[in-house]
Design a protein around this ligand. Structure first.
Ligand code: ADP
Length: 642
């Protein structure tokens, strides 16, 4: 166990770093000539991620005395990192030249724009304040610490591992390179796939398409394990039918075989079987940490089956809040703005991590039991995308990404440097669901697969909207301008203040021009400038299939409601890089495997940084469950290491 003294020492070290940073900022105003303002308090607002961010700024004749964010609807854990830090930096530096908080840039820019407006109202010199640089913080002292388990990355997998290792009695230190925790997990749609008899019994689903199950059973097996799992599925499905069950059929075996076939049998069936057998345990563990899911399951985009659990809290904030609540209650240090640069090896064993701290100081954390790499994927690293891509025409800067700025593949490089094998690096997932301006998932109006269609600029459907993500994205690339409209109706938004999966109400999206709303399909077509007759036919054909519940011309089998109730809505979407399936090779204990097939002692990996689970195509809803299941395995394995 880590001694209290040691935890305290780290707390002091982190506090010192922060204090030094602040001191660095505070030196600036005295060093330069005083500005001139009309003293008083002024208010202004600017558009943030979740609507208007309102600020009030108080000026004396010479200084910006205070900046307050009076009102905002930025997502907790995402935009509020900017709300917490930007006002203080403006006042401390007496400047508008403040760096945006990485991962919260829209919120940061909104605060800066609103404060700029106040400066104008107070007669201040905006240009001078924008030119004024904050002095660089002095370099803090180097830090050396020791814990049982050191974790690189405070996203979903890293934090799940941290909680688990601590629950198993280990001392833990987490290193995170960004100024906030959460990684991609906190900005994801956050759906979690698991067979879950209790929730699925309540789901408004009919028995799933039998043809899907029969095809999985009848496929030519690729291995003995595959054949065994097919026989198991057959047995389970026959028992379900013999019992006269009416609700949705599901099981870890079905989930595993869909994951395997959905990734073109490229994934490792041993890893897959292990994963789907533990997803439900993961749900229960999250609930034990006070994380809440809704009572029923849905089908997230590309999930292929109605087994996606929806968190009650927006995006991935519920997971991260559950973890950070536990970690702060148990005083587990999470060192922010601390970038791991090297896994320290001694006699063939991983024994620590070398990192760079917020002021460029050296941070060395020794690991008595193990090091866990949980750094996420490389969707934001264009060079790596281009290096490994084999299946898309290009993944250069012309294709945006849904990811946060820290998704640069560091863990792949860290792992490779100590001999880790890499698997499946060429498999990079694109979604057809990017915001046309930013590539992000925000603004996506779909609530689930069953109730919406996609149409191209001609108002025609072009793909099975319940298909695999790669299939849908490839089809979208074939359409004019690689742009499509998601079309749905009141079933998805019973009221204007109903939110999408990204904490945005449909009214807000319509007001911001990011979605369109109309009382008839024809009026919607006019707004989005597609031929009305085509859109009307697309909707009518879809509605006929909802009634018939047969496979339609595109192969679609997943339906719930018709699109027949005003208001109707549409939102534009483009292809965007979302997930990198390949990564560091691991076994079912999340131990990292080297190029000769041997375990690298003391080194573990979990989450998107690993390869082998998802094969060529990750099913929607399988990533969050991966971070939880394998984060927990990595935490357990590292804590148990001798
Ligand atoms: P996963 O879903 O696999 O957990 P996430 O993207 O949610 O992946 O989290 C990965 C986290 O790792 C992110 O917060 C990211 O900023 C962090 N990270 C990436 N590279 C490093 C690094 N070199 N040092 C410390 N943290 C890192």
């Amino acid at each position: 166990m880590q001694s209290k003294k040691r935890i305290k020492a780290i707390g002091v070290a982190v506090a010192l770093i922060v204090a030094t940073l602040l001191a660095g900022c505070a030196q600036t105003p005295a060093a330069t000539a005083k500005a001139a303002f009309k003293a008083g308090t002024y208010t202004a607002s600017a558009k943030g991620m979740g609507g208007d961010v309102k600020v009030s700024v108080t000026f004396s004749a010479t200084d910006i005395v205070s900046v307050k964010v009076d009102q905002h609807n930025e997502t907790p854990g995402v935009g509020d990192a900017a709300i917490k830090t930007i006002p203080g930096k403006i006042v401390q530096g007496q400047t508008l030249n403040v760096d945006v908080v990485a991962g919260a840039s829209i919120s940061s820019k909104a605060i800066l724009a609103a404060v700029e407006e106040c400066v104008k109202k107070a007669g201040g010199d905006v240009a001078a304040l924008k030119a004024k640089k904050i002095a660089a913080a002095a370099k803090a002292a180097d830090v050396t610490e020791t814990a049982d388990v050191v974790i690189i990355g405070a996203g979903g997998a890293g934090l799940a591992a941290a909680v688990t290792a601590h629950q198993a009695g280990s001392s833990v230190i987490v290193l995170e390179k960004m100024p906030k925790v959460g990684g991609n997990t906190i900005i994801s749609g956050a759906a979690y796939n698991s067979a879950d008899p209790a929730r699925q019994a309540l789901s408004p689903a009919e028995a799933g398409p039998e043809a899907t199950i029969q095809a999985l059973i009848a496929a030519k097996p690729a291995s003995d394990l595959h054949a065994q799992m097919q026989a198991q599925l057959k047995k389970e499905y026959e028992a379900y039918k013999a019992a006269g069950s009416k609700g949705l059929f599901d099981s870890p075996t079905l989930h595993a075989l869909q994951t395997y076939e959905g990734g073109d049998r490229v994934g490792d069936l041993v890893l897959i079987k292990n994963y789907t057998s533990k997803t439900l345990d993961g749900v229960k563990w999250l609930e034990s940490l006070n994380m809440k899911f809704t009572d029923t399951c849905f089908t997230v985009l590309g999930a292929l089956w109605q087994r996606s659990h929806k968190p009650v809290k927006p995006l991935g904030t519920g997971y991260i809040e559950a973890y950070t609540t536990y970690l702060s209650a148990n005083k587990v240090p999470v060192m922010l703005e601390t970038t791991a640069k090297k896994v320290i090896m001694k006699n063939g064993r991983a024994v620590g991590v070398e990192a760079v701290g917020p002021t460029g100081n050296k941070i060395t954390i020794n690991a008595k039991k193990g090091v866990i790499i949980a750094t996420g994927g490389f969707s934001k690293n264009i060079e790596m995308r281009q290096k490994y891509n084999k299946h898309w025409k290009t993944l250069d800067t012309s294709i945006m990404s849904t990811n946060h700025p820290g998704a640069t593949g560091d863990g792949i490089v860290l792992g490779e440097a100590v001999g880790a094998d890499l698997v499946g690096m060429e498999w990079i997932q694109l979604l057809p669901m990017g915001d046309p301006q930013t590539g992000s998932l925000s603004g996506n109006i779909e609530q689930g697969v069953e109730d919406r269609i996609f149409v191209n600029k001609q108002g025609n459907r072009f793909v099975d909207e319940g298909a695999r993500r790669d299939v849908m994205t490839n089809a979208l690339f074939q359409q004019e301008g690689a742009t499509m409209w998601v079309v749905l109706d009141k079933h998805s938004y019973p009221t204007g203040d109903t939110k999408n999966n990204f904490n945005e109400t449909i009214d807000e999206l319509v007001a911001a021009g990011r979605a369109y709303k109309a009382d008839t399909i024809e009026a919607l077509a006019a707004q989005i400038k597609v031929p009305a007759a085509n859109l009307a036919k697309a909707v009518a054909d879809f509605n006929a299939n909802v009634d018939a519940k047969t496979k339609d011309a595109f192969g679609r089998t997943l339906y719930s409601h018709k699109i027949d109730t005003a208001p109707y809505y549409a939102g534009a979407r483009v292809p965007t890089v979302h997930h990198t399936m390949g990564g560091v090779k691991v076994n079912t204990d999340c131990q990292v495997i080297d190029k000769s097939g041997k375990i690298i002692a003391g080194l573990y990996a979990a989450g998107e940084v690993t390869g082998g689970l998802h094969g060529s195509n990750r099913l929607g809803g399988n990533a969050l469950a991966d971070t939880v299941v394998n984060g927990r395995i990595a935490g357990t394995s590292a804590a148990a290491a001798k």
